[in-house]
Design a protein around this ligand. Sequence first.
Ligand SMILES: [Zn+2]
Ligand SMILES: [Zn+2]
Length: 178
Amino acid sequence: MMSPFIVDTRDLGRRAGMMQEKSLTFQSPQSFGTDFIQVPPGEDISIELRLECVIDGILASGVASTVASSECVRCLEPLEIEVSADFQDMYSYEPMGEETFLMDGDLLDLEPAIRDALVLALPQSPYCTEDCLGLCPVCGFEMKLDPSHGHEAIDPRWQALTGLLQEKEGSDDGSTKA
Ligand SMILES: [Zn+2]
Ligand SMILES: [Zn+2]
């Protein structure tokens, strides 16, 4: 299958010094990222692209931006995170080694470079807000719903007994303790 990130450079020509700027939008057919944060398939990837003819090929540089999906590391709320990454890569007309990508005639495929640049720019531990209170470590309650939420510390040796007492109380007067 052809990469959707192919750029045709025919109208740029091959004379060193020629330059062209383009604004492009691609959609990646597959998601990419890490287990924890991904750019979903079909998400728009906008690219401000600058192409410059150099001696042996074309230098492609610019900024790629998209929106990644993740969840807050503290409260697990789903997040949409705007990501952008600078890139600068050499695409050579003829094979030149591992430092450059190889062009296919007049076509250059931005996909691997753009994907790598964006993956590197994904935040490692995103959170919903700077001061997210996270979840209660005891019961998983979302702390922002009630920052005063807490549990009385109960000595584990008494816990079983307290449970028995609460059950007893509950059956005595029909009320339940909060
Ligand atoms: Zn959060
Ligand atoms: Zn709790």
